[in-house]
Design a protein around this ligand. Sequence first.
Ligand SMILES: [Fe+2]
Length: 202
Amino acid sequence: MLVEADTVPANRDSVDSLITGLKRIEFGSLPSSSVGALLQSARLDHADLRPYLDFDDIRYTRNLIFRNDHFELLALCWPLGSSSAVHDHGGKQAYMTVHSGSLTFEDFFIMTGGKREGYAQVAPAASGILTPGLVDVRSSDLDLHRVSAPNERAISLHVYAKPLDRYMVFNPETRSCRTVFAHYDSVPASPVLLSEPARSTP
Ligand SMILES: [Fe+2]
């Protein structure tokens, strides 16, 4: 689902204010439009993100900005020519926006299997280009995609709620899928809250 960039409620111009805004969100079972609005309005410049950017020459990297029990915020660095596998999002809400450059997304759907490791047949669906100002939202195990940077290097921001610990990757050629445990290529030098007391229920 792509959200147009016309619902920007406020001007937030730093990583800290983005994190503060995300911490105020009560993540429920459905995707929150507030997350997309915050990502769209977070007009971060390159200097804001520089501490979190760690490019590899070949593959994309996952760089943690902030994490608590409710969500994580990452910067992904995509060198020219890099690509993800076809993947789901482990049943978590996944929000993505492009900070700089452009990314190609290719959607897939599961035709057969895919509920556990082993056989899975997937088929291509929609595809397109993600540029700054759009937010891509995924929230279903059936909502597969592959992201790549075929035209230029790119930086993207991602929010996962709850944090993404494991997910499935799919190989359309071998008609198979397997579990992958998410990792970080870098974590911030400053303290990151990895756990905090549970919120009181209203
Ligand atoms: Fe994804």
